[in-house]
Design a protein around this ligand. Structure first.
Ligand code: TXA
Ligand code: MG
Length: 354
């Protein structure tokens, strides 16, 4: 059934407390609200209310065994939600909260099964985004909020992404700006001696190592083998996929330019709409190609790795708006935030390299 969605704009630099109070009350009353965070937009509901949390799964079309991530406004707010606090978690909180880092804790009985997806753990973060924090505070409860996309689609980083997909599926949408980081939070699991990153993000492995010493990446992330189980249940699902068929091009920009010409030549008669996704400084390398083939869109991912992370989902969503059939994407070094970029790109491309 289509909901009557209340949509309000909010200026992060001049937060209208009346609007925040109104949406906070909606959350406290068991309703669903989409709100901006510094990573991607989240689709929130009261994490402690089974009925409210279950509305999130319906709005997203999300499998019910995929646990929700819980957001708090203040550090102390996690105390009732978790049992035994690891020293390493304290160090991470001191260094990275508020910010794009999610930590997996053993959950207390307050967290219902619907929120934890049946696990005995709960993933929690404290966002740095001012609107997100003000809203969570106003609701007076911890807020479960996965990314506000339909399940399987790229995460929304801009207001127009959400309005297109979610108007009518949730009770409220709080419209902010373009999310700062553009990729979802880093998720760290501390249940073993060596901390493990279950999902790479803007808090990089290098940054985590500075605080924790040894840190590893969940081995399932480096392999497309379906038999290796991901520790974050959500990472096993098909993800970040636009309708366009994406291929990643390895071997540097010279090879990318050459190979594109060859591939487009081969496709010259099949009337497909093609996109080239590359760093801004490489766009000029495709000028000749654009003159030669009319059905090619050359799209910039940004100038720096930080910009590529911020723009990636927006560019992927844009492929569908342009009705692109096939896209060839530049690949990135897997260090720093490059690990997160390549993780999302590989998933959206279904691990296809050319
Ligand atoms: O940046 C973010 O984290 C965004 C914003 C809205 O905060 N949220 C987000 O939520 O990305 P979601 O649900 O799209 O991704 C959460 C991931 C899923 O892959 C889920 O399986 C995993 O976290 N997860 C949740 N609880 C977990 C747990 N207890 N143990 C392991 N993984 C967990
Ligand atoms: Mg998600």
């Amino acid at each position: 059934m289509k909901k009557n969605t209340l949509i309000e704009k909010i200026d992060p630099d001049n937060i209208d407390s009346k609007v925040v109070e109104q949406f906070g009350k909606m959350l406290a009353d068991g309703k669903t609200v989409i709100f901006p965070t510094e990573t991607v937009y989240g689709l929130g509901a009261n994490a402690l209310d089974e009925q409210a949390a279950s509305k999130i799964y319906i709005a997203k079309g999300r499998p019910s065994d995929n646990p929700l991530l819980v957001h708090v406004a203040e550090r102390e707010d996690i105390n009732p939600l978790v049992v035994d606090m690891d020293e390493r978690a304290k160090k991470l909180i001191d260094r990275f909260w508020p910010g794009p880092l999610t930590i997996v804790f053993k959950k207390s009985d307050l967290i219902p099964k619907v929120t934890s997806g049946g696990l005995d753990t709960v993933a929690i973060r404290m966002p740095s985004d001012k609107v997100a924090r003000a809203l969570i505070k106003a609701s007076g409860v911890p807020i479960a909020a996965p990314s506000a996309n339909l399940s399987g689609k790229p995460s929304p980083t801009k207001p127009e992404h959400i309005i297109a997909d979610m108007d009518g599926r949730v009770d409220g949408i709080l419209v902010g700006g373009f999310c700062d980081f553009g990729v979802e939070s880093t998720i760290v699991d501390l249940s073993d001696d060596v901390p493990m990153v279950l999902r790479p993000g803007a808090i990089t492995l290098e940054m985590l190592k500075e605080v924790l010493g040894d840190v590893i990446l969940d081995p399932s992330l480096s392999s497309h083998d379906d038999n290796i189980k991901a520790k974050a249940p959500g990472m096993k699902y098909k993800h970040y996929s636009p309708n366009a068929n994406i291929f990643m091009v390895t071997g540097g920009i010279d090879r990318f330019v050459e190979l594109s010409e060859f591939l487009l030549e081969m496709r010259a008669n099949d009337e497909k709409k093609i996109a080239i996704l590359c760093m801004k400084q490489n766009i000029s390398r495709f000028e000749e190609l654009k003159l030669k083939f009319k059905n090619v869109h050359v799209l910039s991912l940004g100038c720096t790795y930080e910009e590529v992370a911020r723009n990636l989902f927006d560019v992927l969503i844009d492929l569908d708006r342009r009705n692109i059939d096939v896209a060839y994407a530049e690949t990135f070094e897997e260090t720093g935030i490059g690990v997160a970029i390549m993780n999302r790109l590989k998933k959206s491309a279904g691990y296809k390299f050319v």
